[in-house]
Design a protein around this ligand. Structure first.
Ligand code: URA
Length: 202
């Protein structure tokens, strides 16, 4: 079984998706991109104008910021998996509707299951809401990881918000700086939790 082939098959299914009315207004669905075994996964909100044109995530100003922040921790966009909660552009870049998010949810769940990243970084409130309670506020909880069984979820501001507000840019840079340590901690936890089972075989 080759995870990259299965992820490519999943992307092909997403490109052909007709589960919600955004299928009629999109130019291209944007499944996301990156290595099938990425340790780090970024989840944004939904494709914008340029993403819809090109069929690729985060290719505009937000994407450039993401690339700059990644460079700050020694990574490039090719090292990470980048996708969105909603795979098709909402017309006029409006907020995605609850039913669109719901229709799209199985795609994201399958991507997470295939990639099995150590750390998921949520970008903005729609992505955060996939993992955190409805009462969570991004201004309060950004940069505070949520520990799940196999990974940590790190909620960050959306890059577009950071580009608009210098205070949030500062917070975004500080939150980003935590990523390498968080990756190492999750990796160590996974190694720890696999060793007792091996020992118990003897
Ligand atoms: N903003 C997002 O949330 N996702 C993209 O892919 C581009 C901009």
């Amino acid at each position: 079984m080759d995870p990259a082939v299965d992820l490519a098959q999943l992307a092909a299914e997403i490109r052909a998706c007709q589960r919600c009315p955004l299928a009629h207004t999109r130019t291209h669905a944007v499944p996301g991109e990156g290595p099938a075994d990425a340790a780090l996964m970024f989840i944004g909100e939904a494709p914008g104008y340029y993403e819809d044109r090109q069929g690729r995530p985060f290719v505009g100003a937000s994407g450039r910021l993401l690339e700059r922040l990644l460079a700050g921790i020694g990574l490039t966009r090719e090292d990470v998996f980048i996708t969105n909660v909603v795979k098709c552009r909402p017309p006029g870049n409006r907020d995605p509707l609850p039913e669109e998010i719901e229709a799209c949810r199985p795609w994201l769940s399958r991507q997470i299951a295939w990639i099995d990243p150590l750390v998921i970084v949520t970008l903005g409130r729609f992505s955060m809401a996939q993992f955190f309670p409805a009462s969570a506020r991004i201004t309060r909880i950004h940069g505070q990881p949520l520990w799940q069984e196999r990974r940590a979820i790190l909620p960050l501001f959306h890059p577009a918000a950071a580009l608009r507000n210098p205070r949030w840019m500062e917070a975004m840079e500080a939150d980003f700086a935590q990523i390498p340590d968080l990756l190492a901690r999750v990796q160590a936890r996974r190694s720890d939790s696999s060793s007792p089972q091996q020992l118990s075989l003897f």
